[in-house]
Design a protein around this ligand. Sequence first.
Ligand SMILES: NC(=O)CC[C@H](N)C(=O)O
Length: 309
Amino acid sequence: KAPQTAQIQTVLDDAYGKFIQKNPGKNADYIPALAKVDSAYFGLALVTHDGKVYTKGDVDQSFSIQSISKVFTLALAMEEKGSQTILDKVGVNATGLAFNSVTAIEQNPARSVNPLVNAGAMATVSLLDGNDDKTKWSALSGWYNTFANRKLSVLEDVYKSETDTNSHNRAIAELLVSYDRFYGDVDLNLDIYTRQCSVAVTAKDLAVMASVFANNGVHPLTGKRIMSSDNVARVLAVMTTAGLYEDSGQWAYQVGLPAKSGVGGGIIAVSPGQFAVAVFSPRLDAAGNSIRAQQAIDYIAEKLHANIF
Ligand SMILES: NC(=O)CC[C@H](N)C(=O)O
């Protein structure tokens, strides 16, 4: 049974109150700009499948989308190339390893990863239509804007900071090239990937963006179909197995919602046919997942009886 308006707001308010005091973990610092973000931010937003928006806390504060971008890029690549291409050329199995693991590529004989770890996400970018920066970026940023239902911008300081420090991602991309598992120019696609991770979003934006997945590919705020329901199902499947990296199994066991985290401190989770929720809190655990965002979504999912299993 669908939760009622008053109940949803109460649940968000309660989650905020319950987790605001203790703020464990630490900001990501391997991207220097992320270490400087105020760790006190805590924002919760929920958008229902029929477009009702609920918020609590710092929901208008911009932060970098980071790895949450990977699901939207995956969605575009599926729409452009078909879901079979992703399966064949990137892979969809959980790696069970860190999001930037080189070992994950090395230990898999097929060099198969998934689109939600850095290797697979960069390979997915390399599959997108377009051979030059302008064509590719305008299609990708336009796609993100459609989900957000507004024009998003790039956090230039984060983009620069990550560009200056992303040799590890470059190494991963080159490794994929060596195995014929990268599908375009490294410089071009690494740069687009870095820019997509630096897109500025608020918790409210993320909940709006993820609500398309909660409504089978039709945007709850505009009524327009954005992507096929088949592809939504597959995006949600990969989010379930790999959305929180090596902790995805634990998350499915505990919370039971397809979700995706980013090292900027955001997490989105989707209750298919019901709602999408997004929480922003910069401090992360060892896997790179926001601690308070996990706590808040766990609480919300339980109170709204949203576990899909
Ligand atoms: N887990 C993340 O959010 C990682 C994204 C980050 N831009 C990186 O490539 O390392």
